[in-house]
Design a protein around this ligand. Structure first.
Ligand SMILES: Cc1cc2nc3c(=O)[nH]c(=O)nc-3n(C[C@H](O)[C@H](O)[C@H](O)COP(=O)(O)OP(=O)(O)OC[C@H]3O[C@@H](n4cnc5c(N)ncnc54)[C@H](O)[C@@H]3O)c2cc1C
Length: 305
């Protein structure tokens, strides 16, 4: 069994930032990543809102910069999926590539992924008209017509965000009432360029190389209507990658890990950072900030053991 002081699970922005802080702080740390460094950010072609990175680098460039920065502090990165994670106050154990590990502290940075619409054509248009992040990709649709699907806070606030950028915004929701906060709903109803398409679902996605429209179907009348749009934003929920820890750790009603302001979970020595935790904003800047706090507190925790 290999022993490690701090094990970071996940090499997205949160994990890499935690790795930079822990390695720079002189900790005995290892980061485990099942795919490639950078996490979700490599899925976008432009990141315009990470402070200090002007010119809108593509996601790969930002991921590569984070990876290079971690390498400057000689952070050991092991490529392999973590499995069999057992979290207890005294001992945290797991395996990677058939190797067994034991850690004094663990930082959970496994991230999240958007809930998909479930349309069979959906994957074909991701990055070619379909986006799961209006804050990230809305600016690419400036002056264009777009649609957004969903009925919660994210969908309604994204519709308002897009209404300031786009010519026309269709807000498609499968019910006639929104789950979102009443103030948001009032504002969206008053927005001149937002049209509510209620009791409706997306039936088909239209386009060859890029999305050029969607067909929506009214669930009562079964009537279909084509909306000619350049972009479709899907805001039907986000799924945390909590499969390693579900049943062992406190999660909120959405399945996100509950932490305090130190990124500490309900199990001593187990921290969580980034999109996987119950945070009000899921972006690179907040993931990195969480990672920095989690690593600083994990280094303190290990030092006190
Ligand atoms: C299309 C798109 C565009 C975006 N654009 C922007 C933008 O412009 N600006 C912005 O600030 N944010 C943007 N975001 C959001 C941003 O990418 C996330 O907030 C950020 O990546 C979260 O970082 P994270 O490290 O918490 O999680 P993630 O990026 O999800 O990284 C988690 C990592 O953990 C790994 N992992 C999971 N399970 C295991 C396991 N069992 N073992 C080992 N590794 C594991 C995954 O492979 C992944 O690499 C965008 C997101 C998407 C999807």
């Amino acid at each position: 069994m290999e022993k490690v002081g701090i094990a970071i699970i996940g090499g997205g922005p949160a994990g890499l930032a935690a790795g930079i802080y822990a390695a720079r702080g002189g900790a005995n740390v290892k980061l485990f990543e099942e795919m490639f460094p950078g996490g979700q950010i490599v899925k976008t072609h432009r990141v315009e809102n990470y402070p200090g990175m002007t010119g809108g680098p593509d996601g790969y460039a930002l991921a590569a910069a984070l990876e290079k920065h971690a390498a400057e502090f000689e952070l050991p990165v092991i490529y392999g999926g973590v499995s069999d994670l057992k979290l207890a106050e005294d001992k945290k154990t797991f395996s990677v590539n058939g190797e067994a590990y034991e850690a004094d502290a663990v930082i959970l940075c496994m991230g999240a992924g958007p809930r998909k619409l479930g349309n069979p054509e959906e994957d074909r248009f991701v990055g070619a008209g379909i986006s799961y992040c209006a804050t990230c990709d809305g600016a690419f649709y400036r002056g264009k017509d777009v649609a957004i699907v969903g009925g919660g806070d994210t969908a309604v606030s994204d519709a308002l965000y897009l209404s300031a950028l786009c010519r026309k915004v269709y807000l498609i929701h499968r019910r006639d009432a929104f789950r979102a906060a009443a103030t948001l709903v009032d504002r969206v109803k008053r927005a001149e360029n937002v049209e509510l398409v209620l009791d409706s679902t997306v039936a088909t996605l239209i386009g060859e190389d890029r999305l050029t429209g969607v067909t929506v179907e009214n669930k009562f009348t079964k009537e279909r209507r084509t909306l000619e749009v350049n972009g479709l934003f899907v805001a039907v929920g986000i799924l945390p990658r909590n499969e390693l820890v579900a049943g062992q750790i406190e999660l909120d009603e959405g399945g996100f890990i509950v932490t305090d302001k130190n990124m500490q979970t309900n199990i001593p020595g187990v921290f969580a950072a980034g999109d996987i935790r119950n945070t009000p904003l899921r972006q690179v800047v907040t993931a990195c900030a969480d990672g920095a706090i989690a690593a600083t507190k994990a280094v303190e925790y290990v030092g006190m053991k």
